[in-house]
Design a binder for this molecule. Sequence first.
Ligand SMILES: [Mg+2]
Length: 286
Amino acid sequence: MEHSSPAEVNVAEADQVQGSPAVYRSGQEIECWLTDMDGVLVHENHAVPGAAELIQRWVDTSKRFLVLTNNSIFTPRDLAARLRASGLEIPEENIWTSALATATFLKDQVRGSGSGNRAYTIGEAGLTTALHEAGFILTDQDPDYVVLGETRTYSFEAITMAIRLILAGARFIATNPDATGPSKDGPMPATGAIAALITKATGREPYIVGKPNPMMFRSAMNQIDAHSETTAMIGDRMDTDIIAGMEAGLHTVLVLSGITQREDIAAYPFRPNQVLNSVADLKNQI
Ligand SMILES: [Mg+2]
């Protein structure tokens, strides 16, 4: 098993790992954890049983960890408050959003290529705060970038402005590819759907930073000084969390407390390293 890739670990084997210490496939102990939020720690605004204990265990044992979300609406502070209301105490410094990943990516681009630091944004405080703190000037005057994030109130005027600025040469960036987001009344159009509209109007595809782009995980790992050989990713989606975790070289843990059912796994041409019913099963391993 020492050199087995994720694709070689079948689900039956992965299930047998339950109860034994969480180790990377080389046998090294996992030092850092990345975890998805929705469907893993919270489900429909309620904490998943075992999630609070897992987080507490990580905090108590000084494990380096980040809770990842493609949602770019909220700042980490906002999200920490919302999670607290769901029964989860997660320090804001342990939350990593697609907006933070996007701001980090763009800051590196500016530093590495000498690109300008002017950005026109469509989004909410999660995105504007992240870009502002990364040193960007937010403007509709001759921006270097158009950065599209998520909002509950997409404005036709703002979308029109974004289209014109991209046609005039601004580079098109999106925080995440999700086509819809949840609301209490049903699905709402999200970043991916608006990006498709802008692409149709401009003929330009965005560079998308959030999951399943492994860039989201790389920036998260840099943030906590994690290395892929000793880092694990927990998620509930095969097509984002698990594939991106695998491509980033991480130990992958699929939990069945969210969108994926056990019988869905076989349809994918890749496998997680471990499959667990929920994070409640994981807390016994660490
Ligand atoms: Mg999820």
